[in-house]
Design a protein around this ligand. Structure first.
Ligand code: SF4
Ligand code: SF4
Length: 343
């Protein structure tokens, strides 16, 4: 394991040089919230934030994205739009990195999504431990508050210094080119373990069972009164899915220019909570009620994605808990209630 130490003062000047030579997206304060955005100066970067409004997955699966461009006449042609500029994402939290791991399984598994793959390959990930979990997060109890090893560099705040863990050859290249580091000692690693344990204790919400037991709970919960209770209040606004780092549904459309000779096929985010999401050509709607859609969303997060991709579809970030205007979107509240009903 290659682990180093850099002082915060040195780190700030390294970031400034990185910004001058690379396309960097990092976390900025957007009072009263935080958001990933293009960095133009090192002092904009905020690494002790609690949560960003949208997750960093928006750079890998953007809200709208061109898929192909086509020409109809005089010589018909189709060209893929899959291309991506190299960029660095800095400040990703562990739970959002777990979400990227799931997206990798979905988009680069047995079916490869060329647009996602191009963006993913062009993206360098510099993550940071979450020192200030916000009150809606339950990541610690989901096992997602420690990062999976798919980062290029990982930072842990040790006070006046960052511990820097190298996760890939690309990360090592970045470290050598920009960071002034010394090798970490045993005492530094012990310090990291200690601060991580302290941060884990700060999470206020928690799942009442090991996350692996969620599918078992859901197996018995199809007819629970909970779905009707929550579903009747649902506004079908889709906010819970728009902010979610593991939501991946999109709609594909064709747009044609006014000259009727060229156009593009594009995709844009969709939501299983919209009432038309499961409507098919004959007019049949497989999930016509809020009750059916809400149940589907929580089964997908807690069971279907695990069965299909090997990862749970919820990383416990809590964004949906906060985003829902009628306070019914919380996976942790639902799973805890269903577990209680099963006992
Ligand atoms: S379902 Fe909610 S808590 Fe879970 S990952 Fe999505 S937004 Fe975060
Ligand atoms: S659960 Fe809440 S946030 Fe999600 S669609 Fe219904 S009302 Fe909107």
């Amino acid at each position: 394991m290659d682990v180093f130490i850099t002082s915060k003062a040195d780190f700030d000047s390294s970031i400034q040089r990185m910004i001058q030579q690379n396309e960097i997206y990092g976390v900025k304060r957007k009072t009263p919230s935080f958001a990933f955005d293009r960095l133009v100066a090192a002092e904009e970067l905020c690494l002790d934030y609690d949560i960003t409004v949208l997750p960093p997955t928006k750079y890998l699966l953007p809200p709208t994205e061109s898929l192909i461009k086509f020409k109809l006449a005089p010589e018909p042609s189709i060209r893929s739009s899959a291309e991506a500029q190299p960029c660095i994402l800095i400040g990703i939290h562990p739970d959002d990195l777990h979400a990227i791991k799931l997206l990798d399984a979905v988009f680069t598994g047995s079916l490869t999504d060329v647009n996602y793959l191009a963006r993913r390959r062009a993206t360098t990930i510099v993550g940071v431990d979450c020192v200030n979990p916000w009150p809606y997060s339950f990541a610690a109890s989901m096992g997602t508050a420690i990062p999976p090893r798919i980062f290029d560099l990982w930072l842990t705040d040790l006070g006046d210094e960052y511990l820097v863990e190298v996760g890939s050859a690309r990360g090592e290249d970045l470290r050598k080119r920009y960071l002034k580091t010394r090798r970490a000692r045993e005492v530094d690693l012990r310090q990291r373990n200690k601060v991580r344990q302290d941060w884990l204790k700060k999470y206020q919400l928690s799942l009442d069972m090991p996350p692996q037991e969620i599918p078992k709970v859901l197996d018995e919960a199809w007819h629970s009164p909970l779905w009707e209770e929550l579903g009747q209040k649902c506004l079908a606004c889709g906010s819970c899915t728009m902010v979610c780092p593991t939501c991946i549904c999109f709609d594909v459309r064709d747009g044609i220019e006014l000259n009727l000779k060229e156009g593009e096929r594009y995709r844009r985010w969709d939501s299983c909570m919209f009432d038309g999401f499961a409507k098919v050509a004959s007019g049949e709607n497989f999930r016509p009620t809020g009750t059916a859609r809400l149940r589907h969303r929580l089964y997908r997060k807690g069971k279907y994605m695990l069965e299909r991709y090997g990862e749970l579809g919820c990383v416990g970030c809590g964004r949906c808990v906060h985003a829902c205007l009628v306070d019914i979107a919380s996976p942790v509240a639902a799973y805890n209630r269903l577990a209680k009903e099963a006992r």
